[in-house]
Write a protein that binds this ligand. Structure first.
Ligand SMILES: C[S@@+](CC[C@H](N)C(=O)[O-])C[C@H]1O[C@@H](n2cnc3c(N)ncnc32)[C@H](O)[C@@H]1O
Length: 277
């Protein structure tokens, strides 16, 4: 299949508008693969038919599906363990002591761009494992993603051996039940984690609550600069006053500067907090 320069540009503008994702010409082959898949899935007769039919196919919803296919959604439980160690040892521990001292046994976390849920469940596991007496805390974890199919998989909570491969046998045994050759999250953990559609370039979650910990890792990499700025604003707007934001460990702090957040060093890594007035 071929896509002409004018059609590519039209698509580029639509994808950027709907998702914030930047389609560079170097990603043309990936775009063509995804288009072929969507043309078949929507029973369109050709690329032109698909582009003409976008409104008929649901406009933004179809564009969101296409956009979310363009960005890699590869993920797994306990991804980037060094960063997660910094979270539990150098951030969470002191934060829990402060919270407990003030008698507020509540903790919340948001995995923004959660893919099929592995990061959100990982956060719930870490909170359960790291907070002394965690069963007596009220714990709320939210996962949001642009891809509605991935949100559905996250809610189903069944994972391949590869997805859980980085977990210790003890954690696997405590938080999963074998189901055929796969693993299902146990109901006690499942009930702490909620999933929803969310387009980070467009809005923050439709809740007024703020989150103590926000993880947005490996999501903003493919955004346009403008969309990334909007996304950081949305993340900042939902961060609790004493909360922490984690980006992917190789994602630069220059993205965050000027959006009311400041970089702070914890355990040799950079995390972000609200700028104090
Ligand atoms: C590589 S995955 C990252 C998953 C997880 N955060 C991790 O680090 O393992 C990137 C995810 O970002 C999602 N995404 C892309 N654009 C988005 C947007 N505008 N709003 C919300 N999620 C988006 C994709 O659908 C994909 O699931």
């Amino acid at each position: 299949m071929e896509i002409g320069a004018a059609e590519f540009q039209e698509l580029q503008e639509k994808i950027e508008r709907v998702s914030g994702i930047l389609l560079t010409p170097s990603r043309r082959d990936r775009v063509l693969d995804c288009l072929e898949e969507r043309i078949a899935a929507t029973f369109s007769s050709s690329l032109q038919d698909y582009l003409r039919g976008l409104d008929r196919l649901g406009g933004n919803v179809e564009l969101e599906v296409l956009a979310s296919m363009l960005e890699p959604s590869e993920t797994y439980f306990h991804r980037d363990p060094l960063q997660l160690n910094v979270f539990t040892q150098d951030v969470l521990r002191a934060w829990v002591e402060d919270r407990a001292a003030s008698g507020r046994h509540r903790v919340s976390a948001w995995s923004a761009g959660c893919s099929s849920g592995e990061e959100a469940y990982t956060l719930a596991i870490l909170l359960m494992e790291s907070i002394p007496d965690s069963k007596n805390w009220s714990t709320y974890v939210l996962g949001t993603d642009l891809n509605r199919g991935l949100v559905k998989s996250a809610r189903e909570a069944i994972y391949s051996p590869r997805a859980v491969g980085e977990l210790t046998p003890q954690l696997l045994d405590r938080y999963f039940m074998p189901e055929g050759d796969r693993f299902r999250v146990v109901p006690e953990l499942r009930s702490l984690v909620h999933f929803d559609f969310g387009n980070l370039s467009e809005s923050a979650p439709p809740t007024r609550m703020t989150f103590d910990f926000i993880f947005c890792r490996n999501v903003l990499l493919y955004f346009t600069e403008e969309a990334r700025g909007r996304a950081i604003e949305h993340l900042a707007s939902r961060l609790a006053d004493d909360g922490f934001l984690f980006l992917g460990y190789s994602e630069p702090s220059s993205w965050v500067v000027g959006h009311g957040l400041v970089p702070v060093r914890r355990g040799g890594m950079i995390v972000y907090q609200r700028e104090s007035n």
